[in-house]
Design a protein around this ligand. Structure first.
Ligand SMILES: NC(=O)CC[C@H](N)C(=O)O
Length: 190
């Protein structure tokens, strides 16, 4: 199994370290040639969604990656990665794939609460969650399954081959969410 991690900007190394802990190999995606080999899953990391969206377009990665996700490639988006996958976001000037049937509010916790950590349930299990200028999902369609909420807002969920979290599981030592993604990849009928 080989997982591609989008490595244009943001917290991609931490995702690779998490996959290492689970014994799963990964590679970095920086340009079109990186997309040529086999890829069983894709991680869109946290960072700055506007910068990542622009780089995806400039490097001609936007269309081929979007196509792969549409064809069923399992994808896990954290924070900015969630924003990139969302159908609608509150600032539509940012390039995004628009494939996940949710509306996402960026920087949703305001300045004072820019960064914080809580222990909170994900899919029924309490795990540490690190939020950094995090978004939340404030509306979603019928195919979206909610996996975690915090203060009444959706912060994790899944729609077929797409898994998203508003928080950063890769910045903790807890492997629960990445293990969930691997198990989801193994069970998906594409
Ligand atoms: N930690 C993150 O990925 C922050 C996301 C960032 N606030 C954005 O809007 O893209």
């Amino acid at each position: 199994m080989r997982i591609g991690v989008l490595a244009l900007q943001g917290a991609f190394i931490e995702h690779q370290q998490m996959l290492d802990r689970l014994g799963v190999s990964s590679f970095q995606i920086r340009n079109l040639t990186d997309l040529q080999g086999p890829m069983d899953g894709l991680i869109l990391p946290g960072g700055e969604s506007t910068a990542m969206g622009k780089l995806l377009k400039d490097l001609n990665l936007y269309e081929p990656i979007k196509e792969k996700i549409q064809q069923g490639l399992p994808v896990f988006g954290t924070c900015a990665g969630l924003i990139l996958l969302s159908k609608s976001i509150d600032d539509d000037t940012t390039s995004h794939f628009g494939l996940l049937d949710v509306h996402t509010k960026r920087n949703a916790y305001g300045r004072q609460l820019g960064s914080f950590q809580v222990n909170h349930p994900f899919d029924g299990k309490v795990i540490p969650m690190t939020f950094i200028r995090a978004p939340y999902i404030d509306a979603y369609g019928k195919d979206f399954e909610v996996l975690a909420t915090y203060q009444g807002k959706v912060i994790a969920g899944r729609q077929h081959n797409m898994l998203v979290t508003a928080f950063h599981p890769e910045l903790t030592l807890d492997t629960t969410v990445h293990a969930y993604f691997i198990s989801m990849m193994n069970h998906l009928v594409v």
